[in-house]
Design a protein around this ligand. Structure first.
Ligand SMILES: O=c1ccn([C@H]2C[C@H](O)[C@@H](COP(=O)(O)OP(=O)(O)OP(=O)(O)O)O2)c(=O)[nH]1
Ligand SMILES: [Mg+2]
Length: 148
């Protein structure tokens, strides 16, 4: 599929998100910063990416996810845990960078900070009923099927 993109910071012109390998699901997003940004332990900050996407089709959305290496090795994850980009959003993609570790971490300008995944979406309509059709599970949850 094709998605319209705006380059909001000229430095992004030759750094547009790209799939690193033919099988990649994620597109890396960069920290479009003018200077290094140090996040003390347990600090978070909204980081611009320098680009805007317009997905345009309500049958799709984008998710912003942490990068595994940064998250596991340095504790740099997302302040909102997962970012959800609506198909009608046209503003700059922003990444809430959260340093959940006990050590300060410095983000360098243009460093790959997080990743974006395009996903299909179903918009549901609700049908109000008094009773649901019976199922084997019914209202059972939270371990109701046993341990083994
Ligand atoms: O990590 C994120 C999460 C969201 N957004 C943008 C795109 C999204 O479409 C919009 C709104 O996000 P969301 O609906 O999750 O936030 P909200 O707090 O419910 O704001 P709103 O009232 O604008 O819907 O903000 C980002 O740029 N980065
Ligand atoms: Mg919202």
């Amino acid at each position: 599929m094709q998605i319209d993109v705006k380059i909001l910071d000229p430095r992004m012109a030759d750094r547009l998100p790209a799939y690193a390998t033919p099988g990649s699901a994620g597109l890396d997003l960069r920290a479009c910063l003018d200077a290094p940004l140090t996040l003390p332990p347990n600090a978070w900050q909204l980081v611009p990416t320098g680009i805007a996407l317009f997905i345009g089709d309500p049958g799709y959305a984008a998710l912003i996810l942490p990068r595994s290496g940064l998250g596991h090795k340095h504790g740099i994850v997302l302040g909102n845990l997962v970012g959800l980009i609506d198909s009608d959003y046209q503003g700059q993609l922003m990444v809430s960078a959260w340093n959940r570790s006990h050590a300060a971490f410095t983000l360098e300008p243009m460093e790959r900070l997080a990743q974006l995944v395009i996903v299909p979406v179903v918009q549901a309509r609700f049908n109000v009923v008094a009773e649901f059709a019976a199922t084997a599970r019914g209202e059972g949850g939270y371990g109701s099927t046993g341990k083994a």
